[in-house]
Design a protein. Sequence first.
Length: 78
Amino acid sequence: MTQLPFIKEIEWCNEHISDIANTANVLYQKYISGENFSARKQCLDLKRMELECSKYNDRIQKLKMKEEDTHEKSDKTD
C-alpha cells in the first residue's frame, strides 16, 4: 500500500521535532527582542498575533462563563 505524501511529511516532522521547536524558539526570541535577522521580513508580526490571541482567549473565556451561568440558571428552574 502506498503512503500518502503528507504521511511522510508528518513522519519527518516527528523525527525532527526538537530541531523544529528549537529553530522556532530562536526565531521567536530574535523577533521579540527586535534583533535584526535575514528572515525578519518573512515573519508574521508575533507581538500582534499574541495580542489578538489573548483577546480571542478572553472572549472565549467570557462566553464559556456566560454559557455555564445560563446552564446553572436553567438547572435551578427545572
